[in-house]
Design a protein around this ligand. Structure first.
Ligand code: ADP
Ligand code: MG
Length: 557
């Protein structure tokens, strides 16, 4: 074929392919536009995973009627004028590509009113062309409605996940912006359900509470460090508050949400040694640095940035976290609380880790006496009474021990319980994960997985080990592959798999348990080989003997 310049609609579609990967990309671009327009209230609605409908409304400055159609031309932007401007960008957008890209892959309707206009306007695009325009008054601001996304792009549609999964991507985008802009009031409605609502109070801890829950937000530690080359601030979790995936690391650079392996590594280094394997912190970190120290123009979806002084930024972030962790006495999670009555955060009651609360008893005998259930506290620990005093059992650790023993026993007897999935689950793997899977597939099958290739690094999970039936399969497979990929570390590959399965199948901290469930858990724990420690080597229980109790209360001398 001879060389020729592509027609402009082809160019737009190719450009759209880079920036608009899935429905949440549309949401991201429209929310960024609303923020750039100075909105203080932004509401987002999505239906059918965003494929049927996405609507973003804001109360920003609006688009003057005379400019609405211009805004939909490629490279039309009000945010930069010349090349130099790229070096001192303070807006989130700057390429003038989002609106035309979206209009080339979906039907778009814009209704807007600018401050300067007496009447607003409503304009509709189909297949990249204006099909309707009319004057219509409305309150100041802009509403963009996107329908039938990727309708003429079957390949794109095919690669989208279920509406539920696409919705969750949309929710993730909104959550990030809610935390990046605590002063803006966000609302998200997914398929008619309110999924997120923030107050826009301007208090970061409140925004984080709206996203991750009040308990997590209350336990998080405040970080603030001014310096060169960067100011670092935000909220970070104490080591006692962790999650099983890295998706709770949020980084905002000059209020721009970015994905940054560099910052993720700095964070992980700061927490090194404080967290159990496979656990990750929750962090919401804001970096503020001169615009000139930053290149924001390196990624089609603007999701990555390049720092001028990578090393300096890396150590600033690591040190800020380390100092915050070192300075702060370990507060038990949930110690700080939000009081709806006063509308205030109650200052956390700090419990120093060195405070002698309970002594961990070293008992040589492994087996457990018969225990009587007393109850559950903090939805995390089971209290039980034995012939010699009190037992405080960590429900997750104990359940892990039970499941680990069961998996290992089934595996060694070649009698694994398998649960077929009614609806196979698709997992998409990175090249590295795919390699790990290929190398370990027989072992995984021996543990009860049925996984088939589905083309293009996608795999169908058709069955899982029975004890994982209720767990998040995609997350579990990801974690398993991560663990198998690491060759070092103690334990055989079989043990690693059993550990990961036990961890995923077991009851979490924070989960309410019924009395019968707790009794059953204690009974099964009594029958394990090592009831007093979990397979990671942590204690499953703390024993406070009758003698210790008497001593603490001064009943003996
Ligand atoms: P960019 O954000 O890179 O400038 P877009 O294609 O996203 O490019 O938007 C083009 C222009 O349309 C923006 O520069 C802005 O002037 C205008 N615009 C888009 N969305 C809004 C909005 N919600 N409120 C006000 N103006 C908007
Ligand atoms: Mg934009």
């Amino acid at each position: 074929m001879a060389i020729r310049v592509l027609a402009s609609d082809v160019v737009s579609k190719i450009a759209a392919g880079e920036g608009i990967e899935r429905p949440s990309s549309v949401v991201k671009e429209l929310v960024e536009n609303a923020l750039d327009a100075g909105a203080t209230e932004i509401s987002v609605e999505a239906q059918g995973g965003g494929v049927e409908l996405i609507r973003v409304s804001d109360n920003g400055v609006g688009i003057p009627s005379s400019e609405v159609e211009l805004a939909f031309q490629r490279h039309a932007t009000s945010k930069i004028g010349q090349l130099d401007d790229l070096e001192r960008i303070s807006s989130l957008g700057f390429r003038g590509e989002a609106l035309p890209s979206i209009a080339s892959v979906a039907e778009v309707e814009v209704s807007t009113q600018a401050v300067s206009d007496t009447a607003g306007s409503q304009v509709q695009w189909k297949e990249g062309h204006v099909v309707r325009r009319e004057a219509r008054a409305r309150s100041r601001g802009t509403t963009v409605t996107v329908r039938r996304l990727f309708r003429f792009f079957p390949a794109r549609l095919k690669f989208l996940k279920s509406p539920g999964t696409e919705n969750s991507h949309v929710a993730a985008v909104l959550s990030q912006y809610a935390m990046a802009f605590p002063g803006v009031k966000f609302g998200l409605v997914l398929d008619g359900r309110v999924s997120l609502r923030t107050t826009g109070s301007g208090v970061l801890r409140e925004a984080v509470g709206e996203v991750y829950g009040l308990e997590a937000a209350g336990a998080m530690l405040e970080m603030e460090k001014q310096g060169s080359p960067v100011d670092v601030s935000g909220l970070i979790s104490p080591p006692s508050l962790t999650r099983s995936s890295r998706s709770y690391l949020s980084f905002f650079v000059n209020s721009r949400w970015v994905r940054s392996p560099l910052l993720a590594r700095a964070t992980e280094e700061a927490y090194r040694g404080l967290l159990m394997e496979g656990r990750h912190p929750i962090v919401v970190i804001n970096l503020l640095l001169p615009a000139g120290e930053l290149d924001v123009n390196i990624h089609p979806a603007k999701a990555r940035v390049k720092f001028g002084h990578e090393q300096g930024i890396f150590s600033s972030v690591r040190k800020s976290i380390e100092e915050t962790l070192a300075r702060t006495p370990i507060a038990r999670p949930g110690a700080a609380s939000f009081s709806p009555a006063s509308g205030q955060w109650q200052s956390p009651r700090m419990i120093m880790d060195s405070e002698p609360v309970f002594a961990v008893a070293q008992l040589p005998a492994m087996e457990l006496p018969l225990l009587r259930l007393v109850g559950q506290i903090a939805r995390t620990y089971i209290i039980a009474e034995g012939p010699d005093g009190l037992y405080l059992i960590d429900q997750h650790a104990a359940h892990e021990r039970i499941l680990y023993d069961r998996v290992m026993a089934q595996w060694s007897q070649r009698e694994v319980e398998v649960q077929g999935l009614l609806q196979p689950i698709t997992v998409e793997l990175s090249p590295r994960e795919e390699e790990t899977l290929k190398a370990g597939i027989e072992l995984l099958e021996a543990f009860g997985f049925v996984i088939e290739p589905f083309g293009n690094r996608s795999y169908l999970v058709r069955a899982v080990p029975a004890l994982m039936a209720g767990a998040n399969v995609i997350e579990a497979v990801g974690m398993l592959l991560d663990e198998l990929a690491v060759r070092e570390g103690p334990g055989s590959r079989e043990e690693k798999i059993a550990l990961s399965l036990a961890c995923h199948g077991s009851v979490r901290a924070g989960q309410q348990m019924g009395n019968d469930e707790m009794r059953e858990l204690i009974k099964q724990l009594e029958q394990t080989t090592q009831p007093r420690s979990c397979p990671h080597g942590r204690a499953t229980m703390i024993h406070l003997s009758s003698r210790q109790l008497e001593k603490e209360f001064g009943r003996t001398n």
